[in-house]
Design a protein around this ligand. Structure first.
Ligand SMILES: NC(=O)c1ccc[n+]([C@@H]2O[C@H](COP(=O)([O-])OP(=O)(O)OC[C@H]3O[C@@H](n4cnc5c(N)ncnc54)[C@H](OP(=O)(O)O)[C@@H]3O)[C@@H](O)[C@H]2O)c1
Length: 279
Protein backbone atom coordinates (compact mmCIF):
# COMPACT_ATOMS: atom_id res chain seq x y z
CA UNK A 1 0.00 0.00 0.00
CA UNK A 2 1.29 3.47 -0.84
CA UNK A 3 1.16 5.69 2.24
CA UNK A 4 2.06 9.28 3.04
CA UNK A 5 5.50 8.02 4.05
CA UNK A 6 6.25 5.91 0.98
CA UNK A 7 9.67 6.70 -0.45
CA UNK A 8 10.13 6.86 -4.21
CA UNK A 9 12.92 5.55 -6.42
CA UNK A 10 12.71 4.99 -10.15
CA UNK A 11 14.28 4.86 -13.55
CA UNK A 12 14.67 7.56 -16.21
CA UNK A 13 15.15 6.70 -19.88
CA UNK A 14 13.80 7.18 -23.38
CA UNK A 15 12.22 4.74 -24.03
CA UNK A 16 11.63 3.34 -20.56
CA UNK A 17 8.57 1.13 -20.95
CA UNK A 18 10.62 -2.01 -21.74
CA UNK A 19 12.68 -1.74 -18.55
CA UNK A 20 12.82 -4.92 -16.48
CA UNK A 21 13.90 -3.06 -13.35
CA UNK A 22 10.53 -1.90 -11.89
CA UNK A 23 9.19 -5.42 -11.18
CA UNK A 24 12.54 -6.58 -9.73
CA UNK A 25 12.87 -3.67 -7.30
CA UNK A 26 9.19 -3.64 -6.33
CA UNK A 27 9.34 -7.39 -5.63
CA UNK A 28 12.31 -6.78 -3.31
CA UNK A 29 10.54 -3.89 -1.50
CA UNK A 30 7.53 -6.13 -0.99
CA UNK A 31 9.63 -9.07 0.20
CA UNK A 32 11.52 -6.86 2.67
CA UNK A 33 8.31 -5.06 3.76
CA UNK A 34 9.88 -1.69 2.94
CA UNK A 35 7.60 1.30 2.40
CA UNK A 36 9.16 2.21 -0.97
CA UNK A 37 8.08 2.13 -4.60
CA UNK A 38 10.05 2.00 -7.90
CA UNK A 39 8.52 3.94 -10.79
CA UNK A 40 9.43 4.34 -14.50
CA UNK A 41 9.79 7.94 -15.72
CA UNK A 42 9.90 8.68 -19.44
CA UNK A 43 12.38 11.57 -19.79
CA UNK A 44 13.24 13.07 -23.17
CA UNK A 45 16.77 14.39 -23.71
CA UNK A 46 15.70 18.04 -23.67
CA UNK A 47 14.11 17.52 -20.24
CA UNK A 48 16.99 15.70 -18.56
CA UNK A 49 18.20 18.69 -16.49
CA UNK A 50 14.73 19.61 -15.28
CA UNK A 51 14.00 15.95 -14.48
CA UNK A 52 17.05 15.77 -12.17
CA UNK A 53 16.14 19.09 -10.55
CA UNK A 54 12.56 17.87 -10.12
CA UNK A 55 13.75 14.63 -8.52
CA UNK A 56 15.88 16.63 -6.07
CA UNK A 57 13.01 18.97 -5.23
CA UNK A 58 10.58 16.11 -4.66
CA UNK A 59 13.13 14.31 -2.48
CA UNK A 60 13.12 11.21 -4.60
CA UNK A 61 15.53 8.81 -2.93
CA UNK A 62 17.31 7.52 -6.02
CA UNK A 63 17.15 6.84 -9.73
CA UNK A 64 18.44 4.36 -12.24
CA UNK A 65 19.50 5.94 -15.50
CA UNK A 66 19.17 4.11 -18.79
CA UNK A 67 19.68 4.75 -22.49
CA UNK A 68 20.22 7.43 -23.77
CA UNK A 69 21.00 9.43 -20.60
CA UNK A 70 23.86 7.55 -18.93
CA UNK A 71 26.51 10.05 -20.04
CA UNK A 72 24.37 13.15 -20.51
CA UNK A 73 23.22 13.08 -16.88
CA UNK A 74 26.72 13.60 -15.44
CA UNK A 75 26.80 17.45 -15.66
CA UNK A 76 23.63 17.62 -13.53
CA UNK A 77 25.18 15.69 -10.62
CA UNK A 78 27.25 17.04 -7.70
CA UNK A 79 29.56 14.06 -7.46
CA UNK A 80 30.39 10.90 -9.41
CA UNK A 81 32.06 7.76 -7.96
CA UNK A 82 35.29 6.26 -9.31
CA UNK A 83 33.78 3.54 -11.53
CA UNK A 84 31.28 5.94 -13.12
CA UNK A 85 34.04 8.49 -13.68
CA UNK A 86 36.28 5.93 -15.40
CA UNK A 87 33.45 4.50 -17.52
CA UNK A 88 32.08 7.97 -18.26
CA UNK A 89 28.53 6.82 -17.57
CA UNK A 90 26.13 6.77 -14.62
CA UNK A 91 23.36 4.21 -14.16
CA UNK A 92 22.47 4.99 -10.54
CA UNK A 93 21.87 8.28 -8.70
CA UNK A 94 21.46 8.69 -4.97
CA UNK A 95 19.95 11.90 -3.62
CA UNK A 96 20.90 12.89 -0.08
CA UNK A 97 20.15 16.29 1.45
CA UNK A 98 19.79 17.89 -1.96
CA UNK A 99 23.07 16.41 -3.23
CA UNK A 100 23.06 14.02 -6.18
CA UNK A 101 25.80 11.40 -6.46
CA UNK A 102 26.24 9.19 -9.53
CA UNK A 103 27.41 5.58 -9.59
CA UNK A 104 27.86 2.89 -12.23
CA UNK A 105 26.85 -0.60 -11.15
CA UNK A 106 26.82 -2.22 -14.64
CA UNK A 107 30.47 -3.30 -14.63
CA UNK A 108 30.30 -4.36 -10.97
CA UNK A 109 27.20 -6.44 -11.66
CA UNK A 110 28.72 -8.08 -14.73
CA UNK A 111 31.97 -9.02 -12.98
CA UNK A 112 30.16 -10.27 -9.88
CA UNK A 113 28.09 -12.53 -12.13
CA UNK A 114 31.23 -13.85 -13.86
CA UNK A 115 33.00 -14.40 -10.56
CA UNK A 116 30.28 -16.82 -9.49
CA UNK A 117 31.70 -19.06 -12.22
CA UNK A 118 35.38 -18.18 -12.28
CA UNK A 119 37.69 -15.66 -10.61
CA UNK A 120 38.69 -13.04 -13.20
CA UNK A 121 42.05 -12.12 -11.65
CA UNK A 122 44.98 -13.05 -13.92
CA UNK A 123 42.64 -14.23 -16.69
CA UNK A 124 42.97 -13.55 -20.43
CA UNK A 125 39.74 -11.96 -21.62
CA UNK A 126 38.38 -11.29 -25.10
CA UNK A 127 35.55 -8.77 -25.14
CA UNK A 128 33.40 -8.42 -28.26
CA UNK A 129 31.90 -4.96 -28.68
CA UNK A 130 32.96 -1.43 -27.83
CA UNK A 131 29.66 0.23 -26.87
CA UNK A 132 28.20 1.14 -23.49
CA UNK A 133 28.13 -2.37 -21.99
CA UNK A 134 31.68 -3.04 -23.22
CA UNK A 135 33.00 0.13 -21.56
CA UNK A 136 31.48 -0.79 -18.20
CA UNK A 137 32.83 -4.34 -18.37
CA UNK A 138 36.27 -3.44 -19.69
CA UNK A 139 37.05 -0.93 -16.93
CA UNK A 140 35.72 -3.19 -14.17
CA UNK A 141 37.65 -6.21 -15.48
CA UNK A 142 40.88 -4.20 -15.47
CA UNK A 143 40.10 -2.92 -11.94
CA UNK A 144 39.67 -6.61 -10.95
CA UNK A 145 43.18 -7.33 -12.30
CA UNK A 146 42.70 -9.50 -15.35
CA UNK A 147 46.03 -10.18 -17.04
CA UNK A 148 45.14 -9.47 -20.71
CA UNK A 149 42.26 -7.78 -22.48
CA UNK A 150 41.48 -7.91 -26.20
CA UNK A 151 38.66 -5.70 -27.43
CA UNK A 152 37.21 -6.95 -30.74
CA UNK A 153 34.68 -4.79 -32.52
CA UNK A 154 32.98 -4.57 -35.92
CA UNK A 155 34.29 -1.00 -36.12
CA UNK A 156 37.91 -1.47 -34.98
CA UNK A 157 38.36 2.29 -34.51
CA UNK A 158 35.86 2.21 -31.62
CA UNK A 159 37.79 -0.66 -30.01
CA UNK A 160 40.96 1.44 -30.36
CA UNK A 161 39.27 4.43 -28.73
CA UNK A 162 38.14 2.32 -25.75
CA UNK A 163 41.59 0.71 -25.45
CA UNK A 164 43.20 4.17 -25.55
CA UNK A 165 40.87 5.46 -22.84
CA UNK A 166 41.66 2.49 -20.59
CA UNK A 167 45.38 2.98 -21.20
CA UNK A 168 45.29 6.67 -20.33
CA UNK A 169 43.17 6.20 -17.17
CA UNK A 170 44.46 2.88 -15.77
CA UNK A 171 47.89 2.40 -17.40
CA UNK A 172 46.75 -0.97 -18.76
CA UNK A 173 47.11 -1.72 -22.47
CA UNK A 174 44.28 -3.70 -24.10
CA UNK A 175 44.68 -4.96 -27.64
CA UNK A 176 42.13 -3.56 -30.11
CA UNK A 177 41.16 -5.64 -33.16
CA UNK A 178 38.40 -6.29 -35.70
CA UNK A 179 35.99 -9.18 -35.09
CA UNK A 180 37.53 -11.26 -37.90
CA UNK A 181 40.96 -11.11 -36.23
CA UNK A 182 39.88 -12.97 -33.06
CA UNK A 183 42.13 -15.89 -32.05
CA UNK A 184 40.89 -17.66 -28.94
CA UNK A 185 43.22 -20.62 -28.33
CA UNK A 186 44.61 -19.12 -25.09
CA UNK A 187 41.49 -17.17 -24.06
CA UNK A 188 40.08 -17.91 -20.58
CA UNK A 189 36.93 -15.79 -20.82
CA UNK A 190 35.02 -14.71 -23.95
CA UNK A 191 32.36 -12.03 -23.46
CA UNK A 192 29.83 -10.79 -25.99
CA UNK A 193 28.61 -7.24 -25.40
CA UNK A 194 27.41 -6.66 -28.96
CA UNK A 195 23.71 -6.75 -29.72
CA UNK A 196 24.25 -9.64 -32.17
CA UNK A 197 21.83 -12.45 -31.29
CA UNK A 198 19.43 -10.26 -29.34
CA UNK A 199 15.65 -10.54 -29.87
CA UNK A 200 14.19 -10.11 -32.52
CA UNK A 201 17.41 -11.09 -34.37
CA UNK A 202 18.08 -14.25 -32.35
CA UNK A 203 18.65 -16.28 -35.54
CA UNK A 204 21.67 -14.19 -36.53
CA UNK A 205 24.73 -16.51 -36.63
CA UNK A 206 26.98 -16.19 -33.57
CA UNK A 207 30.06 -14.02 -34.02
CA UNK A 208 32.20 -16.94 -32.81
CA UNK A 209 31.72 -20.57 -33.94
CA UNK A 210 32.46 -23.68 -31.90
CA UNK A 211 35.56 -24.39 -34.05
CA UNK A 212 37.15 -21.23 -32.63
CA UNK A 213 36.32 -22.10 -28.99
CA UNK A 214 37.81 -24.58 -26.52
CA UNK A 215 36.07 -26.41 -23.63
CA UNK A 216 38.13 -24.80 -20.85
CA UNK A 217 36.92 -21.29 -21.63
CA UNK A 218 33.97 -19.50 -20.00
CA UNK A 219 31.62 -17.86 -22.52
CA UNK A 220 29.48 -14.98 -21.27
CA UNK A 221 26.82 -13.28 -23.38
CA UNK A 222 25.39 -10.15 -21.72
CA UNK A 223 22.19 -10.57 -23.74
CA UNK A 224 19.25 -11.87 -21.64
CA UNK A 225 16.60 -12.09 -24.36
CA UNK A 226 16.80 -14.85 -25.54
CA UNK A 227 18.22 -16.56 -22.45
CA UNK A 228 20.31 -18.82 -24.67
CA UNK A 229 21.82 -17.03 -27.66
CA UNK A 230 23.42 -18.83 -30.59
CA UNK A 231 26.82 -17.93 -29.10
CA UNK A 232 25.96 -19.75 -25.87
CA UNK A 233 24.58 -22.72 -27.84
CA UNK A 234 27.86 -22.99 -29.76
CA UNK A 235 29.81 -22.85 -26.47
CA UNK A 236 27.60 -25.44 -24.77
CA UNK A 237 27.99 -27.81 -27.70
CA UNK A 238 31.72 -28.16 -26.96
CA UNK A 239 31.24 -28.35 -23.19
CA UNK A 240 32.39 -24.83 -22.33
CA UNK A 241 30.82 -23.16 -19.30
CA UNK A 242 28.30 -20.43 -20.20
CA UNK A 243 26.63 -17.44 -18.60
CA UNK A 244 23.81 -15.30 -19.98
CA UNK A 245 23.01 -11.66 -19.17
CA UNK A 246 20.39 -12.19 -16.45
CA UNK A 247 22.84 -12.28 -13.54
CA UNK A 248 24.50 -9.05 -14.73
CA UNK A 249 21.09 -7.39 -14.75
CA UNK A 250 20.25 -8.79 -11.32
CA UNK A 251 23.54 -7.82 -9.68
CA UNK A 252 23.63 -4.29 -11.12
CA UNK A 253 20.10 -3.80 -9.78
CA UNK A 254 20.91 -5.23 -6.36
CA UNK A 255 23.88 -2.90 -6.05
CA UNK A 256 21.68 0.12 -6.94
CA UNK A 257 19.15 -1.05 -4.32
CA UNK A 258 21.96 -1.28 -1.75
CA UNK A 259 23.24 2.20 -2.62
CA UNK A 260 19.77 3.73 -2.10
CA UNK A 261 18.64 1.80 0.97
CA UNK A 262 21.69 0.26 2.64
CA UNK A 263 19.96 -3.13 2.31
CA UNK A 264 21.07 -5.94 -0.05
CA UNK A 265 17.98 -7.87 -1.17
CA UNK A 266 18.11 -11.67 -1.68
CA UNK A 267 19.21 -12.61 -5.22
CA UNK A 268 16.33 -15.09 -5.49
CA UNK A 269 13.72 -12.35 -5.14
CA UNK A 270 15.23 -10.37 -8.03
CA UNK A 271 15.74 -13.55 -10.05
CA UNK A 272 12.20 -14.86 -9.61
CA UNK A 273 10.72 -11.52 -10.61
CA UNK A 274 13.01 -11.14 -13.64
CA UNK A 275 12.27 -14.64 -14.91
CA UNK A 276 8.54 -14.05 -14.52
CA UNK A 277 8.80 -10.85 -16.58
CA UNK A 278 11.04 -12.42 -19.23
CA UNK A 279 8.68 -15.36 -19.68
N1 LIG B 1 22.69 -7.91 -19.07
C1 LIG B 1 22.67 -6.62 -18.86
O1 LIG B 1 22.47 -6.16 -17.73
C2 LIG B 1 22.98 -5.68 -19.99
C3 LIG B 1 23.31 -4.34 -19.72
C4 LIG B 1 23.58 -3.49 -20.79
C5 LIG B 1 23.49 -3.97 -22.09
N2 LIG B 1 23.15 -5.27 -22.30
C6 LIG B 1 23.08 -5.79 -23.69
O2 LIG B 1 24.32 -5.53 -24.33
C7 LIG B 1 24.12 -5.31 -25.72
C8 LIG B 1 24.83 -4.03 -26.14
O3 LIG B 1 24.33 -2.91 -25.42
P1 LIG B 1 25.10 -1.50 -25.47
O4 LIG B 1 24.34 -0.58 -24.59
O5 LIG B 1 26.56 -1.68 -25.23
O6 LIG B 1 24.87 -1.07 -27.01
P2 LIG B 1 25.74 -0.07 -27.90
O7 LIG B 1 26.45 0.92 -27.07
O8 LIG B 1 24.82 0.39 -28.97
O9 LIG B 1 26.86 -1.04 -28.58
C9 LIG B 1 26.50 -2.00 -29.53
C10 LIG B 1 27.70 -2.86 -29.91
O10 LIG B 1 27.23 -3.91 -30.75
C11 LIG B 1 27.99 -3.91 -31.99
N3 LIG B 1 27.14 -4.38 -33.07
C12 LIG B 1 25.85 -3.99 -33.34
N4 LIG B 1 25.39 -4.66 -34.42
C13 LIG B 1 26.40 -5.47 -34.84
C14 LIG B 1 26.55 -6.40 -35.91
N5 LIG B 1 25.55 -6.64 -36.77
N6 LIG B 1 27.72 -7.07 -36.04
C15 LIG B 1 28.72 -6.86 -35.17
N7 LIG B 1 28.66 -5.98 -34.15
C16 LIG B 1 27.52 -5.29 -33.98
C17 LIG B 1 28.42 -2.47 -32.14
O11 LIG B 1 29.54 -2.42 -33.02
P3 LIG B 1 29.93 -1.05 -33.81
O12 LIG B 1 30.74 -0.22 -32.85
O13 LIG B 1 30.70 -1.52 -34.98
O14 LIG B 1 28.62 -0.39 -34.19
C18 LIG B 1 28.77 -2.10 -30.70
O15 LIG B 1 30.04 -2.60 -30.34
C19 LIG B 1 22.60 -5.28 -25.92
O16 LIG B 1 22.21 -6.54 -26.41
C20 LIG B 1 22.04 -5.07 -24.53
O17 LIG B 1 20.77 -5.66 -24.34
C21 LIG B 1 22.91 -6.13 -21.29
Amino acid sequence: MITGKTQVVGIIGDPVEHSLSPPMHNAAFKHLKMDCVYVPFHVREENLGSAIEGARSMEIKGLNVTIPHKTGVIPYLDEVDQAAQLIGAVNTIKFTENRAKGYNTDGLGAVKALEEITPVKDKKVVLMGAGGAARALAFQLVLNRISELTIANRTPQKAEELAGDIHSKLKFSPEAIGLEEMELSSTDILINTTSVGMYPHQDHPALVRREQMHPEMVVNDVIYNPLKTNLLKEAESIGAETLNGTKMLIYQGRESFRIWTGVTPPVEVFERSLMRTLR
